[in-house]
Design a protein around this ligand. Structure first.
Ligand SMILES: Cc1ncc(COP(=O)(O)O)c(C=O)c1O
Length: 356
């Protein structure tokens, strides 16, 4: 279709580029923060049961089975929960509901690149507020500004893996004149979270993902927790059947298996420590992470050639370059074996001593 039929905002934008998903087998894949372990066996059983019963009927538009299960696990009423096709869809729904054309969306920088893309699609303006060098937020992030309609905060943040403590988030929301979406895609790997703030302040909403901690990136499921009058409005914006029957069944089984989550989390946190210490031994500056990845910069050597050479050796990490901030390697926490191989190759590339 000729571009002149397309809205000018869309024609002008580059579009979000997701992390590379190689079509060939054989890569050690540490570039999109997937979980290296298979999901709970209960997920597979639940999906097979749906397949046995058949897919001829539409799914429940509100995914109530999941909402009831999540309500038990999280300790929030089920009408405070909105389900979606991945937490990315939650971000889309929230942007569409709160930010009109030409209005303002605020984002931290560097952070999840999709936030800016969502503003562009909406024809909205966005303001990127730089983190301070220690990954804390400057005062201006909470500044009330005319036309400000929504603020996104990835917590833990990507690419840094750092967190803004709940008390700071609470104070931030109190100052802001608009809703604050706390994107907790990685929070199951962290030591704290902001869920309890949702009941305190209607401006605070929390989104979560099943792609990382529950090892279900391929299933596409995420949810939002917000006060029920807000959920009521957001439902109007979503597609009627935004979650399919397989993902509802799979995510319900996943959230009910908290024992699996605890065990998987413990393994990932142990390997995260190994990765962090290994990268520091190789001379990288590696930020303490509360997520399932680490952010690594090098004080003396360019990192892009390292990314390229690792890729040639079939190890995929994420090279990120943030104009005005700098570049680095974001490395997902894989299995212990995958991380040791990655460290070994990086040792060769940096000519530093390898892992012990
Ligand atoms: C900060 C952040 N939020 C949300 C998402 C999207 O997750 P989902 O797979 O649930 O759409 C990602 C995925 O990488 C992310 O990094």
């Amino acid at each position: 279709m000729p571009t002149n039929y397309v809205r000018p905002e869309i024609a002008a934008m580059a579009g979000y580029a997701p992390g590379e998903q190689p079509q060939e087998e054989g890569f050690i894949k540490l570039n999109t923060n997937e979980n290296p372990y298979p999901p709970s066996p209960a997920v597979v059983e639940a999906i097979q049961e749906v397949l046995r019963r058949g897919l001829q009927k539409y799914p429940d538009p509100m995914a109530n089975r999941f909402r009831r299960a999540a309500s038990e696990v999280l300790g929030v009423p089920s009408d405070w929960i909105l389900c979606a096709n991945g937490s990315d869809e939650i971000l889309t729904i929230v942007t569409r509901a709160f930010v009109g054309q030409g209005q303002l969306l605020r984002l931290p920088y560097p952070s999840y690149i999709l936030y800016a893309t969502l503003a562009q699609i909406q024809g909205a303006r966005y303001q990127e507020v730089f983190f301070q060098p220690d990954w804390t937020l400057p005062k201006e992030f909470g500044l009330p500004t005319e036309d400000l309609r929504l603020v996104f905060l990835a917590n833990p943040n990507s690419p840094s893996g750092t967190m803004v403590p709940p008390d700071v988030v609470r104070a931030l929301a109190e100052r802001l004149p608009c809703p604050l979406l706390v994107d907790e895609a990685y929070v199951d790997f962290a030591s704290t979270n902001c869920l309890h703030l949702v009941a305190e302040n209607e401006k605070i909403m929390v989104s979560r993902s099943f792609s990382k901690s529950y090892a279900l990136a391929g299933l596409r499921f995420g949810y939002l927790v917000a006060q029920p009058h807000i959920i009521h409005e957001l439902v109007k914006v979503k597609d009627s059947y935004n979650c399919d029957a397989l993902s509802i069944a799979g995510a319900t089984a996943a959230i009910l298996d908290q024992q699996w989550l605890r065990e998987t989390r413990a393994k990932i946190l142990a390997v995260r420590k190994r990765l962090t210490e290994g990268m520091r031994r190789l001379g990288f500056q590696c930020v303490d992470s509360e997520a399932n990845f680490t952010w690594n910069t090098h004080p003396a050597r360019p990192v892009r050639p390292m990314y390229e050479e690792l890729k040639r050796r079939r190890i995929l990490v994420r090279y990120m370059n943030y104009p005005g901030w700098g570049d680095g390697l974001r490395i997902s926490v894989g299995t212990e074996e995958q991380i040791d191989i990655c460290l070994q190759h990086l040792a060769e590339l940096t000519e530093a001593p390898g892992p012990r």
